[in-house]
Every structure is written in C-alpha cells, then in structure tokens.
Design a protein around this ligand. Structure first.
Ligand code: DNO
Ligand code: MN
Length: 357
C-alpha cells in the first residue's frame, strides 16, 4: 500500500506540503490543476510548476485526481470529439512528469452530493452529511446555493461558472437514459484508453457518490455488478477503478471486500474512509475507525493486504476536528489520524506474517 495525500495546490488549500511531510509514510501528493476549466488541455508549464513544488519536499506526483470529463462527453454531443482530443493531450502532458494513475468520474452535472457540510457529531466535531429525504424534495438549484456559492473554497465538481448553466444541463440530461450514459462512457473509453496504454497510465474511474440516482440524473457507477460491466467495456490493464469505500459503502448492499477480491488487479488507487449509514438512508462521514461507522475498514484493509494490493491509497474525507479551518472533508488532522489507523492495521498484518515465518 503506497500512501498518498490529496492536496489542492498552493494558495488553494489550508494544508501545507510541509505539514503533509510530517504524516508518517506519505510518499506522494494527489493533485490536480483545479483552475483549468473542465474540458481544456492542461498546459505542460503548469504541470511542471506543480512538479517542482512537490519534488522539493521529496514527494512524487504519480496520482492525479481528477481530470474531469466535460458534460458534452457524458451527454454524447458532437462537440465531445474536441473535448476528447484535449483529454488525450492532457494525458500526454501528464505522462511527461511520470504520472501513473488518473482518477476521474462520470457523474452527470455534480460530483459528490451532501446536504450539510458541517453537521455536528456527538463529540463536537463536524462532518459531511447526506439527508436522503431532503434531497428528494429539493430543487438542485437550492443545493448549489447552499454547497457551492456559500463556500469559502471552490470545490471540485461545484465550480460556480459551470453551475450557472445548470438549467440547460438538466434539460440536456433529461434526454439521456442510463443505457445512453453507458454508451457515452464506452465511446469515451474506446478513444482514450489506447492513449493511456501507450503511456503506461491507468485511468481509474471513481464510483458515484452517493451510489444512486439523484435529481432524476442517470448514474451508473454504483455497484459491484456495474463495476464488472464497466471493466469489460474495454478490457485493458489501463481501464481501471478508484475503489472508494465511502462512496460505494453508502449502499449497504455493496460488499467492498468482494469487489477487491474480484478486481484487485484493476484497482490502482484506493480511497479509504468510513461513514455511518442510518436505516432511513441518511449517512454521515465518521472517523476511519471501524467502530465509529458502518463500514468494516479493518476487513477492507485486510482484503487489500491478503490479495497483494500494491497500488496507491489515500484516506478520503475526514471530519473537521480541533477547530481546524479547512476545506470541507479535507482537513489535515482527521485525515492524518486516518492514515495512522490504516498503517496500524497494515503493519499488524505484516507483523503477523513475519511472526508466522
Ligand atoms: C469522494 C471523493 C470524490 C472524488 C471525485 C473524483 O469520495 O473522493 O469527490 O474526488 O469524484 O473524480
Ligand atoms: Mn472517494
């Protein structure tokens, strides 16, 4: 397990590279050029700039999260070909600094969705919360206002410029069925995977968060079965999955260890986090500890261990603790605690093996 940590870039993150350096066992930064509009080519000079910053502290930049996919590609519009060409050029530019994994998602309009970014937990900390009934009755514009326009930071997937055309986007998606979304995903993969292959890069799709339809928008990366279908769309070692325990785990029917057992070779990047799922379908993000949430993090890490996982892993969202002023879900403290929990499990498994020998 090669531990990495997400960082939003100089001036765009409350956490510094110097602080990340002090978390045990972090070898690389998960990064992106967050200010480049979705669909445009990432300029090489900007990529080289990040390389310089990150290398100074001895980190690698093997993992990018995310190169976002333009809605015209997801909608299957004729203009998609130009955006696909740009995507290929971005892959080529990223190859020049040795990138190995590119995480992306194929969720229409929104990336992750929550109804409250700072919900109080019993211990006085706060965390991201999803209230199912609220989303059902909500106008998506209301949510945009709450999540994106009131936030101190621009959050990936919730860029205000893009969301201004929300109404048109919703209209366009009303004509796209789930099967059409599958077709559009396949079209994209068929064009893009050969470029990834020739640069030895793995494109790793992130599951939908939460893993069900919202606001009537089609969503397909939601289950074990759909991951199997996805991996068969283009059966290449470059067509991969970012396995996110917290996203898929919001549906208790998703058995994360079973997915790891079946596809470990196609999972170059693991997101590991816990959530507490309530009977009515609401969920809140918790500490990584098994006992604090509904997801058996110990079993997930053990399965990765037992199946010889050699990919990259990062703690995913964390709570906001100790009065930290940070991006929602991306503070330093709780993610650092998460890393120590993950290492604790991993090292004790390693120790067991050595003792048996
Ligand atoms: C949630 C996060 C996601 C992720 C993007 C990747 O679990 O990991 O927001 O960053 O979906 O494209
Ligand atoms: Mn994730």
């Amino acid at each position: 397990m090669r531990m990495v940590f997400r960082w939003f870039g100089e001036g765009n993150d409350s956490v510094s590279l110097r602080h990340i350096k002090q978390i045990p066992g972090v070898e690389g930064i998960v990064w992106a050029l967050h200010d480049i509009p979705t669909g445009e080519e990432w300029p090489l000079n900007r990529i080289l700039q990040v390389q310089q910053q990150v290398k100074k502290l001895g980190f690698h930049l093997d993992v990018v999260e995310s190169v976002n996919v333009h809605d015209d590609i997801k909608l299957g519009l004729p203009s998609r070909d130009q955006y696909i060409e740009n995507y290929k050029k971005t892959i080529e530019n990223l190859a020049k600094v040795g990138v190995k994994v590119i995480c992306y998602n194929f969720m229409p309009v929104f990336d992750w969705v929550r109804t409250d970014l700072f919900k109080q937990l019993g211990d006085g900390s706060t965390a991201l919360f999803y209230e199912k009934a609220k989303v059902k009755g909500m106008d998506p514009l209301e949510l945009v206002e709450k999540i994106a326009l009131n936030s101190e930071y621009t959050m990936p997937g919730w860029e205000p410029e893009r969301l201004q055309s929300l109404k048109q986007l919703f209209m366009a998606y009303s004509k796209v069925s789930k099967e059409q979304l599958w077709d559009n995903l396949e079209y994209f993969l068929q064009k893009i995977i050969p470029t990834a292959e020739s640069h030895d890069i793995k494109l790793a799709i992130h599951p939908d968060d939460p893993p069900w339809e919202i606001f009537g928008l089609p969503r397909i990366m939601t289950s074990h079965e759909n991951i199997r279908r996805f991996l068969k769309l283009v059966d290449s070692p470059s067509n991969c999955v970012t396995l996110c325990s917290g996203s898929l785990g919001a549906n208790p029917k998703n058995d994360i260890p079973a997915i790891i057992r079946e596809f470990v070779d196609r999972i170059p990047f693991a997101h590991i986090r816990n959530i507490k799922v309530y009977e009515n379908g609401d969920f809140i993000e918790t500490s990584h500890r098994k006992k604090d949430g509904s997801i058996d993090i110990v079993n997930i890490v053990k399965t990765y261990y037992d199946y010889g996982f050699t990919g990259y892993a990062r703690p995913d969202h964390g709570r906001h603790i100790w009065d930290e002023d940070c991006r929602p879900g991306y503070g330093l403290y709780d993610r650092a605690l998460g890393i120590m929990y993950l290492w604790g499990i991993w090292d004790s498994l390693d120790n067991g093996v050595k003792q048996k020998r």
